[in-house]
Design a protein around this ligand. Sequence first.
Ligand code: ZN
Ligand code: ZN
Length: 262
Amino acid sequence: MKETWDALIQRAEHLAAKSEATKELLSFYAELLRAQKEIYESLRGRKNWLPTGVLEEDLTVVRTLVPGLLRVVEVHGPAALVEEARALLRIGDDKIDEMLLAQWREPIDAQFFAKAFLQPYARWLAESGWRPVDRVFERHESRCPFCGGRPQVSFLQAKEASAESGNRDLICATCLTTWPFRRVVCAYCCEERPAKLGYFHSPEFGHIRVEACDTCHRYVKGVDLTRLGLAVPLVDEVASAPLDLWAREHGYTKIELNLIGL
Ligand SMILES: [Zn+2]
Ligand SMILES: [Zn+2]
């Protein structure tokens, strides 16, 4: 991922100040990103330690950082998550380990805490050059080539004309790595017949569209950086929550829920 944690945090704060409708959502997201940055920096700054790619072995270090994120959610989160954070602060390390390992091995996008926690771990794993070892996944062009995660968001950017992939990339929901993807293809089932693919805009979000597929009935949101270069795909994806409601009302299921659960 090219964006630093600070770039994500600043974009979330900027958008929070701009819109009353999504202010609460984005303020919480900014706090969450700060907690994730702290986890990432603790892992990265740890002396004589690198992740092994086997989460079970890395847990002795990784699990010590869980309470920090839980406390942030306890203070800033919505009511339902606050309850859950409190419950998790009370359970033993073995239960926390179980939760993280289950999510690592078979990710479920509605598993808020485990997903929020594993993103900075997986990002550091990707950046430090190790590969996940204890995570079995199918190799498929619609899956992250590093960790097998599903795409959280798609984005368009101008690249040199010779680039084979065109100019569409996907961002992994698990490790936040970016990979190039064909432009007019479903990011879930790889449907490529144009008649089966729909792109929906709303005037409110000129640089974002819902990219929907009528074969698998899944969708992902696409952020067009050629229209708004200041956009940060991961954050603008969260900020455009009304598009998720629209997509759901029209019978589409998101490929991967974002960290805010939309
Ligand atoms: Zn990944
Ligand atoms: Zn599809």
